[in-house]
Design a protein around this ligand. Structure first.
Ligand code: BGC
Length: 370
């Protein structure tokens, strides 16, 4: 009750100050919901991937600590379920919705309802497309994630100096996730010149003449099982007779896990014929695989920093303050450019698991078997 009062008082104060100073900003939310509710809705895609559990729990905790009520929902990667959850949240008159979408193009109708109810919307990690009704976007620099993966492969294979050619198998993320094309573009901008010069060869023959072809190698739902089956197919069909596989471009850890299981089942051995494999998220199983030489790197996105930024955005919206963003050009959602806050991703290899992931408190040493 007293917290509700404090938030309301803050909103009123901010509105009064803004009016008194004559200041107005397109980013300020002084026109935002003035309902008595203190609720923040958090819609997450699925519990089946480690990162979303961490993301949800962390953000939920932060907002509760800041005095908000929260509704945290996971949608089992089912678009209809996420839409129903959002509608239910809107019915409870929240201040803000934080949405990590499953399908970035499927939320236009429900977000129209949110806009009519004066509920502000923050796209969390994944952009929401084809709608004017998304106010802010907070994420890691998605293009940079892919660039780091591409550069890692380039350096490990010494593509500028070694004779080659090297065999690579590229993968991309889920075709309905707006991030997936950014990850692929970042990596392919680095690697494609070497494919063009034939220093890199794709034995499976996947057609990737431009970044726009990324859906030719996408794995829907970011599924480990589907990635494993696809890798099985490629190995069975194109790597017979001792053909060497030098590198796999995997956009994230859930795909990398499936790819690693496939290699294992086909008798590949770490330290002998195991290829370079990239990843993203620093999921526990993958970090263990990095330590066991089954994965070469992961791009770590410290989801605590994303949670901190989003909690800050929520508070700025509720208080009618200017919302902090650092990118107002990159993320055009097909309707408008959504003002974004981009955080920096970080490469982790076997050498720095301890200094980066353990010393920062992201994992305890015993969780990684260290
Ligand atoms: C996220 C990645 C994650 C993937 C699968 C992407 O949108 O940015 O961190 O690995 O979804 O959940």
């Amino acid at each position: 009750m007293s917290k509700n009062f404090r938030v309301l008082a803050a909103v009123t104060l901010a509105a009064t100050l803004a009016a008194a100073s004559g200041c107005s900003s397109s980013r300020s939310s002084d026109e935002s919901s003035d309902s008595g509710s203190n609720l923040i809705g958090i819609a997450m895609p699925t519990k089946s991937l480690e990162r979303w559990n961490n993301d949800g729990t962390y953000l939920d905790g932060l907002l509760k600590k800041a005095g908000y009520e929260t509704s945290l929902q996971y949608a089992d990667n089912k678009v209809d379920q996420q839409i129903t959850q959002l509608q239910n949240m809107i019915n409870q008159n929240p201040k803000v919705l934080v949405v990590a979408s499953i399908d970035g193009t499927a939320l236009s109708t429900v977000l129209e309802t949110a806009a009519k109810a004066n509920v502000k919307v923050i796209a969390y990690d994944r952009l929401i497309n084809e709608t004017p009704n998304v106010d802010y976007y907070a994420t890691f620099d998605n293009y940079q994630v892919g660039k780091l993966q591409g550069e890692f492969i380039k350096e490990k294979l010494a593509l500028d100096t070694a004779a080659g050619p090297f065999n690579i198998e590229p993968f991309a993320g889920s075709s309905d996730d707006n991030n997936a094309k950014f990850f692929f573009s970042g990596a392919w901008d680095v690697l494609k010149p070497y494919v063009d010069s034939k220093k890199l060869v794709i034995p499976s023959g996947k057609k990737l003449a431009s970044n726009d072809d990324w859906k030719n190698v996408s794995v829907d739902g970011w599924s480990s099982q589907k990635a494993q089956a696809e890798m099985d197919n490629r190995l069975n069909s194109y790597y017979t007779g001792g053909k060497k596989l030098d590198a796999v471009l995997s956009p994230n850890d859930s795909l990398a896990l499936g790819i690693e299981q496939s290699l294992e089942s086909k008798g590949y051995k770490p330290g002998t014929n195991w290829p370079i494999i990239t990843g993203q998220d620093a999921d526990q199983a993958n970090v263990k695989n990095i330590l066991a030489d089954k994965q070469s790197m992961t791009v770590w996105k410290d989801t605590r920093t994303l949670g901190d930024q989003v909690a800050k955005m929520v508070d700025q919206i509720v208080k009618g303050e200017t919302v902090e963003t650092n990118d107002t050009t990159t993320y055009n959602n097909g309707n408008k450019v959504v003002p974004a806050y981009l955080l920096p991703p970080v490469v982790v290899t076997k050498d720095d698991v301890k200094t980066k992931l353990v010393d920062s408190g992201f994992y305890t040493a015993d969780k990684l078997g260290l």
